[in-house]
Design a protein around this ligand. Structure first.
Ligand SMILES: Cc1ncc(COP(=O)(O)O)c(C=O)c1O
Length: 466
């Protein structure tokens, strides 16, 4: 390690010293990072698991006998107990009152979002209001809304810092239609720019007649969400983003009051109390069962509780603090890199400081004439030095289009070409928007990121100076 640079870093971010136990944890519990020499900078894509999580889970599997839950036999009861214990652990992690909130296990955040989309009582009098800055799995709910005749409205974010114009927000929120149900959806943290949109919007929206879907998939790995202070109605989560393992399990944390107005479009094994073939009648069970189709992933769900305990043993505040120190250092150093003719190497899409943001940076590299370097070329070169980053638009096309300056008319003229009526490949799309950057580069830090990781990326960026 370059100790001179580390000293500079500590001078600038003395609070990093309060997080040093994460360096020890990394040595102990994530030794494979050093052993493989991988520089992992894709925590918004997926978190990394500790060895101890896997070992604890493996021990549980090897020592127990677990049957399909919801029966009274001992192996089934054993599985049920662990699933219910994980459910309580999720509520308690987010400080949610079990009288007020319920945890529905899904396969990921997208599964949670689909549950809301397909069951929300949209009608022609409903509104679905959402920020441009949203993951596609939140955008996708608009198809359910549109199919029921609801009005869909997008709130723009403003480049280059990618925040919503808060003066205009009340105008949008005033648009709820009292004749129908109105749903407002936004991410607590953007998976594109890492902007943290205010949690205060939740109460504001409630007061104006909206149900609120707060997407915390990118927020929850490094921030505290306290559901006794902020009370969104629907909260989708993917657990692998928080602690790496297991994949395949997510949750919809839902407010019971609002959940009761959802209408499931079908029933399945596990979701009913009684269903009859001859009478063509079924009775849905109470939540959460009514929303959990078929057999739960009962062997992996207990690993969620193990992961939550792992985060709790470290403390979310420590993780948050560390991530912000590393993000600040990255920002400051990347902003300073210039080509010999003085052109800055990096163009950021998002805040240029650590105020109200998370630990991801979306950017493009530009050459000395100011032209954007193809993000796929950057990824190829990063791959060669074992740096794992992510490029493209990260399933967040709204933020991408605004950040990259791709206009609605350009998009419409691409999509309206007869050859593209049914099919448009990514390459065809790139050609269609003619020379404009079609994506960005994202690096994101997390739980066990260290100073060396961000220094490796700064060195990589410096190697691109021409
Ligand atoms: C903000 C946000 N929402 C939703 C999702 C969807 O998560 P999943 O792919 O695990 O369903 C992601 C995934 O990257 C995300 O970043």
């Amino acid at each position: 390690m370059d100790t001179k640079r580390y000293d500079l870093f500590i001078q600038r971010y003395p609070e990093f010293l309060q997080t040093l136990e994460l360096d020890d944890l990394r040595k102990r519990d994530y030794a494979r990072l050093e052993q493989t020499g991988q520089v992992y900078l894709d925590y918004t894509g997926g978190g990394l698991y500790a060895e101890s999580q896997v070992k604890t889970h493996q021990k549980m599997l090897l020592e127990g006998v677990f049957g399909n839950p919801h029966s009274t036999n001992p192996s089934s009861l054993h599985a049920t107990e662990l699933v219910e214990s994980a459910r309580s652990a999720v509520l308690s992690f987010f400080n949610a009152d079990p009288q007020e909130y319920v945890v529905i296990f899904t396969s990921n955040a997208s599964g949670a979002l689909k549950l809301v989309g397909e069951s929300y009582p949209f009608t022609e009098y409903s509104r679905y209001l959402l920020t441009f800055d949203n993951h596609n799995s939140v955008n996708g709910i608009r198809e359910y809304a549109l199919s029921k005749g609801a009005n869909v409205t997008y709130i723009p974010v403003m480049p280059p810092y990618m925040r919503v114009d808060e003066e205009k927000l009340p105008d949008y929120l005033n648009g709820a239609d009292s004749r129908g149900n109105n749903l407002f959806a936004y991410p607590a943290q953007s998976n594109f720019s890492a902007v943290q949109h205010p949690l205060e919007w939740i109460e504001m929206a409630h007061q104006k007649g909206w149900d609120v879907l707060l997407d915390v998939a990118a927020f929850s790995p490094t921030n505290t969400l306290d559901l006794s202070l902020y009370k969104p109605d629907f909260v989708p989560i993917s657990f692998y983003k928080m602690f790496g393992y297991p994949t395949g399990v997510g949750a919809l944390i839902a407010r019971r009051k609002v959940l009761s107005k959802l209408h499931r479009p079908w029933f399945a094994g596990g979701t009913i109390t009684v269903a009859s073939v001859q009478a063509e009648k079924h009775y849905l069970a109470d939540a959460p069962m009514a929303f959990e189709d078929g057999t739960l992933d009962y062997l992996n769900i207990p690993a969620v509780e193990i992961g939550l305990r792992h985060l709790q043993s470290i403390g979310m505040e420590k993780i948050h603090q560390r991530v912000l120190c590393l993000t600040g250092w990255l920002l400051q150093n990347l902003l300073e890199i210039k080509h010999p003719n003085g052109t800055p190497l990096v163009r950021f899409y998002g805040p240029l400081d650590t105020d109200r943001r998370g630990g991801a940076l979306a950017m493009n590299f530009v050459d000395d004439s100011g032209r954007v370097v193809d993000h796929r070329w950057i990824e190829e070169h990063a791959n060669k030095v074992d740096v794992s980053l992510r490029t493209g638009c990260f399933c967040n096309p709204g933020a991408g289009e605004l950040a990259l300056g791709i206009s609605s008319s350009e998009l419409t003229s691409c999509f309206n070409q007869p050859v593209h009526e049914q099919r448009l490949t990514y390459n065809e799309f790139r050609l269609c928007i003619d020379g404009k950057a079609s994506g960005a580069v994202r690096v994101s830090v997390g739980l066990v990121s260290n100073f060396e990781d961000v220094e490796a990326f700064i060195r990589f960026a410096q190697s691109l100076v021409r």
